[in-house]
Design a protein around this ligand. Structure first.
Ligand code: CTP
Ligand code: MG
Length: 224
């Protein structure tokens, strides 16, 4: 089976509020998207890399033989990934693996990609990078200024999902088609009754969501 990377990069970055879609924000002289692509371009395990872009994207300038743009992004991350899967389906077999990875996680490394592939390539379902939750979790009652703790959740056995998330092309397409509200690949696959494998990720693979996350990323990654 082949290993295909699919990078959704069609979001607007509204929470980061940087004045441009956050995938194009600068981190030490290069865009976040360019940095995210490094590990996939360099991985000897990855056969092809696709980037899902908004249909009206005019900023993408990283197309090469190994990085192929798909201008099929939709209104949600799920819509963008599903459109990307549909766009490439004719070029691959149903059992080829797809590694879906957020453009907003530039800390991904070739070693983490290898960890995920090694852990999942003989699995019937697939899996994802994730980290055991370190913080104590509170469920709020009330919102905004009125927020108070409604409950403290036991954090035993809780993991925070990262990406890549790796599943067979055909299973993932069917799972997403049946799950319009899924927020990640694993969620869609779980809804089909499967149990994806949890593979330890890394803190450096955090998702850049808010403006301050970019300041942190510039410190961590500027010299890479
Ligand atoms: N994404 C996408 N298509 C969308 C929404 C998100 O391809 N319609 C991608 C983003 O570009 C990002 C990844 O999915 O690489 C994770 O999404 P998120 O961090 O939520 O990014 P945005 O949706 O751009 O940010 P925000 O939710 O703050 O607007
Ligand atoms: Mg979003």
């Amino acid at each position: 089976a082949r290993f295909i990377a699919l990078i959704p990069a069609a979001g607007g970055g509204s929470r980061a509020d940087l004045g441009l879609p956050k995938q194009y924000a600068d981190i030490g002289g290069r865009s976040m998207l360019d940095r995210t692509l490094d590990a996939f371009r360099a991985s000897p395990l990855i056969d092809a890399v696709y980037v899902v872009l908004a249909p009206d994207d005019r900023r993408f300038d990283l197309a090469t033989e190994e990085v192929r743009p798909l201008y099929v992004g939709g209104a949600s991350r799920r819509d963008s990934v599903l459109a990307g899967l549909n766009a490439i389906a004719g070029s691959y077999g149903p059992n080829d693996w797809v590694l879906v990875h957020d453009a907003a996680r530039p800390g991904i490394t070739t070693a983490l990609i290898a960890d995920l592939i090694d852990a999942c390539r003989d699995d019937a379902v697939g899996g994802l990078l994730a980290l055991p939750v370190a913080d104590t979790l509170k469920r709020a009652s009330g919102q905004g200024d009125e927020a108070r703790v409604g409950a403290t959740l036991p954090r035993d056995g809780l993991w925070a999902a990262q990406t890549p998330q790796m599943f067979r092309l055909d299973l993932l397409r069917r799972a997403y088609a049946a799950a319009p509200d899924a927020t990640d690949e694993a969620g869609a696959v779980e809804a089909m009754g499967h149990a994806p494998r949890l593979v330890p990720g890394s803190q450096r693979n955090f998702k850049l969501t808010w403006r301050e996350d970019f300041a942190l990323a510039r410190h961590l990654f500027a010299n890479e």
